[in-house]
Design a protein around this ligand. Sequence first.
Ligand code: TYD
Length: 208
Amino acid sequence: MSEIKRGKFIVFEGLDGSGKGTQIRMLEKKLLDARRNVTLTAEPTDTAIGGMIRDALSGNHKRTPSELAALFLADRVQHNTDPKKGIISLLNAGKDVICDRYYFSSFAYQGIDVGLDWVMKMNLDCPDILKPDVCIFLDVDPDICMQRIDSSRAFTEIYEKASTLKKIRSRFFEVFEKLSVAENIKIIDAARSPEEIANDIEKIVFEI
Ligand code: TYD
């Protein structure tokens, strides 16, 4: 019996409104055209823990910053280890997994309010949380992200303010600097046409 080749774990990161959804769908199509077996997933997940997180993000249920960081951690552990839909079992079954946000978001968003070192340590040291094969960061000016959010949604989440997005973008870059050796991070200028961005992403992904 031939052995199943492990799939690739691809993470997309970027500010709210940076166009991750569009690029994820474009990459999925390119991978399917190349006869890869692909699954899309996202964090926060659609589980009970994910629901608790969304209640906090909408402002409906107040949580302390460390409670929120711990909820994202628990959600991520479950997201990795679920026996059927978990990232680990999908990769082992030979599927490529494209994940919309991962621990880099916890570092950039929760790292602002609770110690960055603590958030990084609890995610990076957790044996049940896999390291991605590549993290693709879509870099867009926070003011442009804010315009997109305002024109596309009736309500905004707690982080969706121009001043907060600016802080989060700097935090992403601080984190990428710290992790430049340990992780495979690719920063993409995402203020261009969707096709130009998708071509750059295709090159990166087909290299791994
Ligand atoms: P959502 O509206 O689900 O998706 P997106 O903005 O990615 O299209 O928002 C998810 C929000 O959760 C977003 O504001 C970032 C935040 N977030 C964290 O604060 N920490 C995390 O670890 C993750 C995964 C997301």
